[in-house]
Design a protein around this ligand. Sequence first.
Ligand SMILES: *[C@@H]1O[C@H](CO)[C@@H](O)[C@H](O)[C@H]1NC(C)=O
Ligand SMILES: *[C@@H]1O[C@H](CO)[C@@H](O)[C@H](O)[C@H]1NC(C)=O
Ligand SMILES: *[C@@H]1O[C@H](CO)[C@@H](O)[C@H](O)[C@H]1NC(C)=O
Ligand SMILES: *[C@@H]1O[C@H](CO)[C@@H](O)[C@H](O)[C@H]1NC(C)=O
Ligand SMILES: *[C@@H]1O[C@H](CO)[C@@H](O)[C@H](O)[C@H]1NC(C)=O
Ligand SMILES: *[C@@H]1O[C@H](CO)[C@@H](O)[C@H](O)[C@H]1NC(C)=O
Ligand SMILES: *[C@@H]1O[C@H](CO)[C@@H](O)[C@H](O)[C@H]1NC(C)=O
Ligand SMILES: *[C@@H]1O[C@H](CO)[C@@H](O)[C@H](O)[C@H]1NC(C)=O
Ligand SMILES: *[C@@H]1O[C@H](CO)[C@@H](O)[C@H](O)[C@H]1NC(C)=O
Ligand SMILES: *[C@@H]1O[C@H](CO)[C@@H](O)[C@H](O)[C@H]1NC(C)=O
Ligand SMILES: *[C@@H]1O[C@H](CO)[C@@H](O)[C@H](O)[C@H]1NC(C)=O
Ligand SMILES: *[C@@H]1O[C@H](CO)[C@@H](O)[C@H](O)[C@H]1NC(C)=O
Length: 538
Amino acid sequence: MAAGGRAPELRVLLCLGALLARWVTAGLEAVVIGEVHENVTLQCGNISGSSVLVTWYRNDSEPVFLLSSNSSLPPAGPRYSLVNTSSLYIRDLSLQDEGNYTCQEVLSDTRSFPVWLQVAGGPYQIEVNISTTGALPNGTLYAAKGSQVDFSCTSSARPSPTIEWWFQAYSNPELFEKNLTVNNFTLMGMSQNLQGNYTCLATNPLSRRQRKVTTELLVYSPPPSPPQCSAETSPESPALQLICRWDGGYPDPDFLWTAEPGGVIVGDSKLGLEVLNESQLSDGKKFRCVGNHIVGPESGASCAVQIRSPTLLTEPMKTCFVGGNVTLTCQVSGAYPLAKIQWLRNLTQPEAVIQPNSRYLITQNGQSSTLTILNCSQDLHEGYYVCRAENPVGVRGVDIWLSVKEPVNIGGILGTIISLLLLGLATISGLMLYYSPAFCWKGSTFRGRDMGDVMVLVDSEEEEEEEEEEKEDAAEEEEEETHEREELPKEVRKHGHIHRVTALVNGNLEQMGNGLWDLQEDNSEQQSDIVQEDDRPI
Ligand SMILES: *[C@@H]1O[C@H](CO)[C@@H](O)[C@H](O)[C@H]1NC(C)=O
Ligand SMILES: *[C@@H]1O[C@H](CO)[C@@H](O)[C@H](O)[C@H]1NC(C)=O
Ligand SMILES: *[C@@H]1O[C@H](CO)[C@@H](O)[C@H](O)[C@H]1NC(C)=O
Ligand SMILES: *[C@@H]1O[C@H](CO)[C@@H](O)[C@H](O)[C@H]1NC(C)=O
Ligand SMILES: *[C@@H]1O[C@H](CO)[C@@H](O)[C@H](O)[C@H]1NC(C)=O
Ligand SMILES: *[C@@H]1O[C@H](CO)[C@@H](O)[C@H](O)[C@H]1NC(C)=O
Ligand SMILES: *[C@@H]1O[C@H](CO)[C@@H](O)[C@H](O)[C@H]1NC(C)=O
Ligand SMILES: *[C@@H]1O[C@H](CO)[C@@H](O)[C@H](O)[C@H]1NC(C)=O
Ligand SMILES: *[C@@H]1O[C@H](CO)[C@@H](O)[C@H](O)[C@H]1NC(C)=O
Ligand SMILES: *[C@@H]1O[C@H](CO)[C@@H](O)[C@H](O)[C@H]1NC(C)=O
Ligand SMILES: *[C@@H]1O[C@H](CO)[C@@H](O)[C@H](O)[C@H]1NC(C)=O
Ligand SMILES: *[C@@H]1O[C@H](CO)[C@@H](O)[C@H](O)[C@H]1NC(C)=O
């Protein structure tokens, strides 16, 4: 406008010099821009303050008188008034006021000054439409990562506005190289760095008036992999902690833990952590975690854990020579969460947990623990050792009998005699069984002399309900060659629990039912003897 204003000024001087009555030619008129509902002043040429007669016309098809400085002529309407003796002041503009105006001044001669009034309106209301996945309760829009989003912006103005889109990313403020001067555009494959504020800016080309609407758009993504469930022993208490992890999504998902079957709700949280106390736990109980993400699967994604009390596997007895070393092994299986394994001495005594020291070495490898007793002594070391495994679901304990012997084997001779006696007894029992097979149901078995030596205790403890004290027998045998002593304690009571212990002999256990053993030897000779004895070894 500054450059445009200079040209008519030069022309004025030229025209005056040439004494031209009308110096107005096309393109030389002043252009004034007003806005709807605003007021505007149209100046009459470059006259200021001179007391001449000025008349304003509106030139459309034919000139229409508006107002004159001759106060005896009233103005054409109340909106018109004269300011600074020659300027036309129009209040409360409307679009109809747009047009060409002429001011005529009568001095020595008559001169006309045209003024082109342009009236701009708006931009008015901006309509922004963003096709997204959804809107949050607070109105913020979100789109799923990878989706396509269409943006459109419309606004009305007179003359029609220029529309420009402008993006402010949270991360990278200069993502759009330049502002997009389009009404509509589409973003394919939304990504995290397209999250931010999208501003639609409408500009009136005449008045330069602007209006904008800023829309915040979040780009959400569900976690890439399925949720992971786990259970842990709570660090501070013996409680159980259920942990559900479903990472990598934005925003964070919600978690719901339920107990199965039945779907009883255990907890509902943003963290996916639930602490369960003892009353809510039982062996084999299953818990399910359902993760819900705003742009994740509709029914959520789930995982489950099954909690289990520990099961113990250990040798029932061990022998150590005086001054020697012996290693007791205890293998825990099935425990979930992982069990804490401890070694104890004789449960009837105060439950002193064996601490590793110069005489006891304890090593744990996964869910297997070994206790090594160094420098065995009969007084100190002979007796029961207890391997105890505990997790929040349950506690199990199994006895291991350790006998400490003199290296010179006097007992071996005695053992031979006992073996022979037992063999005799076995033969008699075998005969009895031959005539009365049902007898074998009463008790346990006697192991054949020439059977293998591997004996493994399998602890298959049942719950406390099984309170009836039923003492089952142990088959035992001493073998001179190995000087090994083995025993089969069938049930041992401790902690008020009953441990039913079954023995696997020679790995040849084919069948087991109600304590009945079918032992099959290679020569297919079936041998089944009954010995009623105390738990105590010889
Ligand atoms: C226009 O002029 C009138 C009276 O002179 C005044 O009341 C009004 O506020 C003005 N409007 C604007 C937008 O300046
Ligand atoms: C009007 O004339 C004066 C001097 O007479 C000059 O300073 C001024 O710039 C002129 N204005 C216009 C709009 O031509
Ligand atoms: C506008 O009207 C005036 C007065 O009648 C006349 O002198 C002038 O030529 C007209 N101008 C245009 C551009 O029509
Ligand atoms: C003002 O207008 C009146 C009525 O039309 C007229 O009589 C009078 O001469 C005019 N005055 C001037 C100074 O032109
Ligand atoms: C009248 O003239 C004075 C000085 O030239 C100026 O400041 C003022 O804005 C003018 N008034 C109008 C309504 O144009
Ligand atoms: C005003 O005059 C100019 C030329 O002088 C013309 O281009 C324009 O269309 C006119 N405006 C109106 C509203 O008649
Ligand atoms: C709306 O809520 C979302 C998520 O809680 C938040 O990120 C966003 O800033 C909120 N927007 C407004 C305008 O409060
Ligand atoms: C986006 O807009 C909201 C409010 O409209 C503001 O709080 C936020 O700071 C803006 N973000 C950016 C990156 O400009
Ligand atoms: C885009 O438009 C905004 C608002 O008018 C402006 O602040 C910004 O500088 C523009 N950016 C570019 C790259 O033109
Ligand atoms: C164990 O949890 C149940 C249910 O949440 C509650 O009623 C009970 O009081 C809790 N018991 C203890 C010892 O915290
Ligand atoms: C018992 O173990 C200790 C330590 O490992 C070792 O020094 C010692 O020789 C072992 N004793 C026998 C009899 O093997
Ligand atoms: C446990 O220790 C007590 C006292 O030392 C003893 O009387 C009892 O026989 C021991 N029991 C077992 C099973 O070793």
